[in-house]
Design a protein around this ligand. Structure first.
Ligand code: SF4
Ligand code: SF4
Length: 229
């Protein structure tokens, strides 16, 4: 999932304090799971903003809505009428959701309420950790399912840097050394021979931006339609 963190209340207030009306828009997928921008967080932020608006004599009209995914066009139909009642949207989605909201509902002003952090997992309740940098050329099969691009502080692909001590990373003793983790995993899998054959160089050509991925199956009906004309 994409992990985000809410901006501070002061930052959010600064970006909405001069507006007449704001619809706070939550996203029901990734940012709900990491408790940053789902329906519950929309309700909490709305209460905080209403209180601040009242106390500061601003009287901003604050509305609430949450759609299943802000990165998917089909979910916007349910809020199209509601959006007309507001002059701005405070999006609690990741950066992709904020941009897509601005694109789908153009020209309404869309403001981000979160900082997008990374693609990660729920390590334990309340703790999320990065696991993937979306490099576009996954090499996890060689490394026992542990990504050296992400977990190693230096993204080393062919073994440790030499600074690892007691299984910890030299860049921070609270972090495990990725290469100790990889070694231990491959040992458990009886695949330590991988370490004597790894000579990886990374193909960064797939990391051009903005990335785009097309599944041709979805284009087929369109292509058939064109050739029938
Ligand atoms: S190698 Fe690492 S960064 Fe690249 S896709 Fe796989 S998990 Fe993600
Ligand atoms: S100590 Fe391990 S995880 Fe840290 S930078 Fe060196 S190889 Fe990477």
């Amino acid at each position: 999932m994409i992990v985000g963190e809410r901006k501070t209340f002061d930052q959010i207030w600064e970006s909405v304090k001069d507006l007449k009306s704001v619809l706070i828009l939550g996203c029901g997928t990734c940012v709900s799971v990491c408790q940053a921008g789902g329906e519950k967080e929309v309700g909490l932020l709305a209460s905080e903003l209403r209180m601040k608006s009242q106390l500061s004599g601003k009287n901003i009209k604050i509305g609430e809505a949450t759609i299943e995914r802000q990165c998917d066009r089909e979910f916007y139909d349910s809020i199209k009428d509601k959006v007309k009642e507001y002059d701005s949207i405070l999006s609690m989605a990741c950066g992709a959701g904020v941009q897509f909201t601005a694109e789908v509902l153009e020209p309404i002003l869309v403001i981000p309420a979160l900082n997008t952090r990374f693609i990660g997992v729920t390590e334990q309740e309340g703790t999320w950790a990065e696991r993937c940098r979306a490099c576009g050329n996954c090499v996890l099969a060689d490394y026992g399912g542990i990504c050296p691009m992400t977990i190693c502080a230096k993204s080393l692909l062919n073994g440790p840097c030499g600074g690892s001590k007691n299984g910890k990373c030299e860049a921070g003793q609270e972090k495990d050394c990725a290469w100790v983790l990889i070694y231990n995993r491959l040992k458990k899998q009886n695949r330590l021979q991988n370490l004597s054959t790894l000579t990886q160089t990374k193909d960064y050509s797939k990391q051009t931006h903005p990335g785009r991925s097309v599944n041709e199956i979805y284009l087929k009906p369109e292509m058939e339609e064109k050739s029938a004309k």
